[in-house]
Design a protein around this ligand. Sequence first.
Ligand code: SF4
Ligand code: SF4
Length: 94
Amino acid sequence: MIQIEEKLYQNRYRVDEGRPHIKIKNRETCTLCYDKSCTVLCPAGCYRKNETEEVTLITDGCLECGTCQIICMEHKNIQWEYPRGGFGILYKFG
Ligand code: SF4
Ligand code: SF4
């Protein structure tokens, strides 16, 4: 059976260096967020939780699915935009 990592590897990205299209507004809010669903539900694993419960976000492999924006509705702690034209995911290889 094909693993999700193999599927994701089929994608290509053009990273807009220094201009992430998604940002965490307030890191302190994340430490108080009980289940930190973004660290489990992002299909690309862009959100990570460390041993001190800090949440980090690296958007380079983002699929632009919008899931994190929905699951953070309660805290409204994500600033979400599509990447600028010409940047982001290229699905044609997948
Ligand atoms: S769901 Fe929102 S508030 Fe909770 S950890 Fe993720 S980004 Fe932070
Ligand atoms: S838009 Fe989707 S792939 Fe991108 S960071 Fe949010 S949940 Fe992950």
